[in-house]
Design a binder for this molecule. Structure first.
Ligand code: ADP
Length: 347
């Protein structure tokens, strides 16, 4: 049962609210002069108490982030949203006094529904995290055992092994190393976006240069040519998430070219009407229409590991990072004609 706390100055109003809402929910009343410490799923507060407990409410809501802890304001002020700047940071809904019962019930139910959904998501995330932790712990232990026994065979019987036996041992070591990398990538992917998304103004040109610097090794070894067409636009983005998105797109553009072809890549970035669009064009192998949606799903790969190494978490990471910032990602491509991957974010 949802817990509603009433932080209302007037004893009579509190009593009326309590008797109406207690038919559906568990109600707590905050007594004047006491510290505000009660746990709740919805706080119904009036104007004087909102000013009084502003700091406490902010702290409570921050502590629940990214969960949703709703606050409903009962106000004597008409057009309060127009009059109080940034009220939305602290309050989710308001009702002008005197309160109409049906309106109160509707708003309470909507806010509690949002609270329930956010709580369910939090529990699911916690379950998922616990599952991934346990799974990666057990898998790591198994991989360690495989590596250890391969090592033991090599030390005790290495000299007596046939050439085929030695090769098999090498394959076991290689497969174990692959498995370790797969576990690390999975953990990394599942944790992506667990922290708060923090926006800051990023100069597009500088930022693309920074991402390219991290790929210097790949760029040199593949003799990739990279052109940047970016006016000095600024985007509001989370630097870590944007870096994950751009680095993966650029790294794929360098990787997915036919053998013997030098990657030729153009990065275009522009800001128009509050929308930032970044495009990465390559001269690679291209992607057929039927695969263009699938490749953003985890572990979807079109080619074998031998043709193009990878595990299929690059584009899903791009999508997760961009969507966490409220943006979109897509691709335009023809097989054999190169690809254009694009990202759109609010500028
Ligand atoms: P990975 O790079 O590990 O294979 P990704 O999730 O980054 O995984 O990409 C998924 C698949 O999408 C790739 O295996 C490849 O088939 C296709 N792909 C991604 N980027 C490109 C590109 N620039 N050109 C052609 N195909 C691409």
């Amino acid at each position: 049962m949802a817990r509603i706390v009433l932080v209302i100055e007037s004893t009579e109003n509190r009593r009326l609210l309590n008797s109406f809402l207690s038919a559906y929910h568990s109600i707590g009343e905050h007594e004047h002069g006491e510290p505000f410490e009660e746990a709740f799923d919805l706080c119904i507060i009036d104007d004087p108490n909102l000013s009084r407990f502003r700091t406490e409410l902010e702290a409570r809501r921050d502590a629940e982030h990214p969960g949703f802890l709703p606050v409903l304001l009962l106000t004597r002020c008409q057009e309060i949203w127009a009059k109080v700047p940034n009220l939305w940071q602290l309050v989710d809904e308001s009702i002008a006094m005197p309160v109409a019962k049906l309106e109160l019930q509707a708003r309470v139910e909507i806010l509690l529904r949002a609270r329930r959904i956010s709580h369910e998501l939090k529990l699911r995330n916690e379950d998922q995290e616990a599952f991934i932790q346990a799974m990666s712990h057990d898998l790591r232990a198994s991989v360690r055992a495989v590596t250890m026994f391969a090592e033991a065979v090599s030390v005790s019987d290495g000299e007596h092994l046939s050439q085929d036996g030695k090769q098999d041992l090498e394959r076991i070591r290689w497969a174990a190393q692959e498995m370790r990398e797969l576990i690390d990538s999975l953990l990394h992917f599942s944790r992506l976006g667990r922290g708060e998304v923090r926006y800051e103004p990023l100069d597009l040109r500088n930022y693309i240069d920074t991402c390219l610097r991290n790929l210097q090794g790949e760029i040199r070894s593949r003799h990739a040519q990279i052109k940047i067409k970016a006016k000095n636009g600024v985007v509001q983005a989370d630097p870590t998430l944007l870096k994950i998105a751009l680095t993966n797109l650029l790294s794929n553009a360098i990787k997915f070219v036919p053998e013997g072809t030098e990657p030729n890549i153009t990065v275009t970035a522009s800001v128009k009407h509050d929308l930032c669009r970044i495009e990465v064009d390559d001269n690679g192998i291209g992607i057929s229409k039927e695969n263009q949606q699938r490749i953003f799903m985890p572990f979807v790969r079109i080619y074998s590991e031998r043709e193009f190494p990878g595990i299929g978490l690059g584009l899903p990471s791009v999508r997760k990072a961009v969507e966490l910032m409220g943006g979109r990602v897509g691709v335009e491509s023809e097989p054999g004609q190169g690809s254009r991957f694009w990202i759109e974010l609010a500028a």
